[in-house]
Ligand binder design. Structure first.
Ligand code: CAO
Length: 543
């Protein structure tokens, strides 16, 4: 029989028990959390030192405990397995110093800044078994030296001719150095990176350090989950805390992560509205029953039926590459979240086209060739300045607009691997020549698969030009959190009535899709008209 004692808490005394995770009769494993304590600075789990069966617990939620206090008894013989017996024996025979290390995690959890925390040695992480494939190309490196990563976080994306795969480090820690770069070919066993592992104690430290209110973790969890939550039809009355406050211990957070539950939406029934494991389980049950009743009533998003196409004729399979999968996810997110409308217009670009041709002749010797796109970008930038609501994003809670003081525009580029959207920054401050050169360079890098991720971030508005290919109009999909996108179709000569006769004019079809939560139809029509005006006479952009 082992007495369960509160280990050295490294200073604080009379610490409140906020959760009891086990009951008498429960079998527990060594290191399994038994109770959760919380000071005003930290939350910490008290684990079992050995496996066994809980005989009794002498504390309850709300009790205050200090280092050395007894909180129960554990029958360590009752766990039965040889492994446990051996572990216990080892524990008994272990020198005092070794046994003491079991207390260290808790101590460190409190003394988070303790300089004595032992750092484990850096380890080399190799490419795992790739299912037989060899010399597989690295198409993405998602981390850099110095990054702190989770065990499951993707480090590399590999792509063979059959599939693309994401490779995690398998261990949490800080990256000391990376041994591979985009374009490298790797096989199982090759060195991927050197990692300074996150010590068991520092993992606990981080969790325990998390203050109960408005933590970074809590806020990022809210932000990260807000998109999918908006996507799902919320048929359950959720008890979300709109302020984004999440009050839960590490064990509960772990359980929530395992279920994919967004903690901000779970009502906490524990002390101080703390979320308990029971709350998570209850929430999951509610969601599941809501989902099944949704299907029965026909509301919500019905699933696409699974069809065995081979029944109807020969088929082959072609896996989607990473870019196509990312596009599929982004398009679904956009489609489900943004109530969008498309406004069509036509701009008379006859004069602009003549001007473009003149400039092409003029700049030919410098090797610069202007297409219509950079002129349109310039006209868009001015229109965005005139209509700031189009250069804005809706805040995560949908309560306010975030108006951007910069004008960065994403341009959809068709590449052999799929759609990429390089962002041209500060379009309002650049000349058409600068925009042409930047777009040419970035489109080229995108097509070669070498466009840095940072060059695809920060866009306020997007342009999708299909004019080089054809079509008379289309409905581009808004790329949230942007609120609008302009589609260009192929310009063509049209007979236009000038008041006394039909005259041939080069007309450019414009398709403006916008987020109707942010932009009203009248505003969109005005935006379209202003853009048409600038394209008809780009001199107005200067005014
Ligand atoms: N009307 C008539 N002709 C047009 C035109 C338009 N709206 N837009 C382009 N053209 C002409 C160009 O002037 C060029 O002709 P010349 O060689 O005779 O001058 C030719 O078509 C080829 O243009 P382009 O499309 O290759 O080049 P661009 O600068 O106009 O566009 C870029 C650059 C990057 C936008 C384009 O190459 C591209 O990738 N477009 C596809 C974008 C896409 O896939 N969008 C869909 C996203 S949603 O799935």
């Amino acid at each position: 029989m082992t007495t369960l004692k509160i280990p050295d808490l490294g200073g604080p005394s009379q610490v409140e028990i906020i959760e009891i995770l086990v009951s008498a009769g429960d079998s527990v494993e060594a290191e399994q959390a038994l109770i959760v304590l919380e000071t005003d600075k930290a939350t910490m789990e008290i684990p079992a030192e050995t496996a066994g069966v809980i005989k009794s617990l002498s504390v309850k939620v709300g009790d205050k405990v200090s280092s050395g206090d007894v909180f129960g008894e554990l029958d360590s013989d009752a766990s039965g397995t040889e492994e446990n017996a051996a572990e216990e024996k080892n524990a008994e025979n272990a020198p005092a110093a070794e046994q003491k290390t079991m207390e260290v995690p808790v101590k460190s959890a409190v003394e988070s800044t303790s300089p004595q925390s032992a750092e484990p040695a850096a380890v080399d992480i190799v490419i795992p078994d790739l299912g037989g494939s060899e010399q597989v190309e690295v198409i993405e490196v998602q981390v850099s030296a110095g990054d702190e990563i989770d065990a499951e976080q993707t480090v590399l994306v590999l792509e063979s001719d059959k599939a693309s795969m994401e490779i995690p480090a398998g261990q949490a820690g800080t990256i000391v150095s990376l041994a591979v770069a985009v374009g490298a070919k790797v096989s199982a066993g090759d060195l991927m990176l050197t990692l300074q592992p996150k010590a068991a104690l520092s993992t606990k430290t981080e969790i325990a350090k998390t203050p109960p209110k408005k933590t970074e973790t809590a806020e990022s969890e809210v932000a990260a989950a807000s998109e999918p939550q908006r996507a799902a039809p919320d048929t359950v009355t959720s008890s979300s805390t709109p302020q984004g406050e999440v009050h839960a211990g590490p064990a509960v957070r772990k359980l929530a992560r395992e279920f994919g539950v967004e903690l901000a939406l779970v009502k906490g029934n524990g002390p101080k509205h703390r979320i308990t494991k029971d709350d998570i389980q209850h929430y999951v049950k509610q969601r599941l029953s809501a989902a099944s009743s949704t299907v029965q009533t026909g509301a919500g998003i019905p699933t696409v039926p699974v069809v065995d196409f081979a029944k109807f004729g020969p088929v082959s399979e072609s896996p989607l590459n990473n870019i196509k999968r990312a596009t599929a996810r982004a398009m679904t997110t956009a489609w489900l979240n943004v109530p969008q409308v498309t406004q069509f217009d036509q701009a008379d670009i006859t004069d602009l086209e003549n001007y473009r041709k003149q400039q092409n002749d003029r700049y030919a010797r410098q090797g610069i060739k202007f297409s219509i796109v950079p002129f349109v970008l310039k006209a868009i930038a001015k229109t965005l300045e005139d209509f700031p609501v189009f250069n804005a994003s809706l805040s995560a809670d949908g309560e306010k607009l975030i108006l951007k003081q910069y004008v960065h525009i994403g341009v959809a580029v068709d590449t052999p691997k799929g759609l990429l959207v390089p962002v041209i920054r500060d379009v309002n401050q650049k000349s058409v020549t600068q925009i042409t050169q930047e777009l040419t360079d970035k489109a080229e890098l995108a097509r070669l698969g070498k466009l840095p991720l940072t060059d695809m971030q920060g866009g306020c508005f997007s342009l999708s030009s299909l004019g080089g290919i054809g079509g008379t109009a289309f409905t581009p999909i808004v790329n949230p959190p942007e609120v609008a996108i302009l589609g260009l179709s192929k310009a063509s000569m049209q007979p236009v009535w000038d008041g006394s006769a039909f005259v041939p004019r080069l007309m450019l079809p414009l398709s403006l899709s916008y987020d109707h939560r942010v932009v009203d139809g009248a505003e969109a029509a005005r935006f379209g008209q202003r853009l048409v005006m600038y394209l008809q006479d780009l001199r107005d952009v200067l005014m």
